[in-house]
Design a binder for this molecule. Structure first.
Ligand SMILES: Cc1cc2nc3c(=O)[nH]c(=O)nc-3n(C[C@H](O)[C@H](O)[C@H](O)COP(=O)(O)O)c2cc1C
Length: 353
């Protein structure tokens, strides 16, 4: 039974467990990694404004995302190469999500097949994350498979028209496309170049083809949030892909308020990029996100201690969210408001542990 007390301990154990080139791959970013660092820096640059002497003895962290009840406002992000961190891949993530009472995205590039993931965790709300690497017929076939397997929503990631320029991987000669099988993709249609052809009109067409809510992952511009609404999307994930694609960009938290304003309550908004601790999650709630996705924190947990460590991470995040609520003077996710945070007047030096 693993036991890690802090996010820092989990990351250290993951680094020790992974081959150096895989550690570089998972922890690194695009370009000169400005976006990667700004994801974290933007979280550190937002400070809490607590209120005191409120009765905070009864606290709850449960909420809903797209109508799905979740025990804490944290979802597991889609990770195409999840098999590098745990042999069970996305099935392990889905089981951990079910045990912690939350939902998981299942990436099209991940292992095992989307049906096997669903069978491994029938109780977990699962969201199928799609990349358009085939024609319409191929995409609709995958959507139907996800619907038949009981997935609760579909997600299209749109920040990856082409691959990001990852200098650590180039230096290590690390080719992630060969890192693991891709059972959902099918060899006949492994057409990466089609991802660059996707436009909003195709999103609108795809949204009409399914009864499931459609999410768009990788929106950072408020005008794109408006186009997502016009295209029939139900939710967006404000994301720069964990700093792994276009670089440099602002941190995800820096662009969140404008996207929330543009969404105007007509889209649910989630966010990811740099989230490690419960306090980080509460900051996203304060700026109007309904939930946060964790990517690297999930990979590190799996590498450090498999399913048990991932359940532990989700449990720790839930406890930290709850304790942050109490210290902030609130008792539930919907109580957290923009007035509970303020920008830091001067930069905070980096955290050592
Ligand atoms: C190793 C790795 C693989 C990823 N693969 C995918 C993927 O296949 N599809 C996708 O939409 N996002 C993918 N992402 C991005 C994550 O879903 C998520 O947006 C990002 O990791 C969030 O930032 P964080 O890692 O700082 O939590 C990947 C991220 C990592 C670290």
């Amino acid at each position: 039974m693993s036991s890690f007390a802090t996010a820092g301990e989990v990351a250290e154990a993951a680094r020790a467990a992974l081959p150096p080139e895989v550690w570089d791959y998972v922890s690194g970013g695009g370009g000169t990694e400005v976006t990667l660092r700004r994801n974290r820096a933007a979280l550190d640059a937002l400070l809490f404004r607590p209120r005191v002497l409120r009765d905070v003895s009864a606290r709850r962290t449960d909420t809903t995302f797209l109508g799905l009840p979740i025990a804490l406002p944290v979802l597991l992000a889609p990770i195409g190469t999840i098999g590098l961190f745990d042999a069970g891949g996305a099935a392990t993530c889905a089981r951990a999500a079910a045990r912690a009472g939350t939902g998981a995205f299942v990436g099209i590039l991940s292992v095992p097949s989307l049906e096997e993931v669903a069978a491994a965790a029938p109780d977990a709300p699962l969201i199928f994350q799609h990349y358009v690497r085939g024609d319409r017929e191929w995409t609709l076939e995958l959507f139907k498979r996800a619907e038949a397997a009981g997935y609760r929503a579909l997600c299209i990631t749109v920040d990856s028209a082409v691959d990001g320029i990852r200098e650590r991987d180039l230096r290590n000669r690390f080719d992630r496309s060969k890192a693991q099988d891709r059972p959902n993709l099918g060899t006949a249609y492994a057409r990466r170049e089609l991802q660059a052809t996707l436009t909003w009109s195709e999103i609108a067409w795809l949204a009409e083809q399914t009864e499931l809510p459609l999410m768009i992952k990788g929106v950072t511009h408020p005008d794109d949030a408006k186009l997502a609404i016009e295209s029939g999307a139900a939710a967006v994930v404000v994301s720069n892909h964990g700093g792994r694609q276009l670089d440099p960009q602002p941190g995800a938290l820096e662009v969140l308020p404008d996207v929330v304003a543009a969404a105007g309550g007509r889209l649910e908004v989630a966010v990811d990029g740099g989230f490690e601790r419960g306090g980080d999650v509460v900051k996203a709630l304060a700026l109007g996100a309904r939930a946060v996705l964790i990517g690297k924190a999930m990979c590190f947990s799996l590498a450090a201690g498999g399913e048990a460590a991932l359940v532990e991470t989700l449990t720790r995040l839930r406890t930290e969210v709850e304790r942050t609520f109490a210290l902030l003077g609130v008792t539930a996710p919907d109580d957290v408001r923009p007035e509970h945070v303020r920008p830091a007047p001067w930069p905070t030096p980096p955290h050592a542990g």
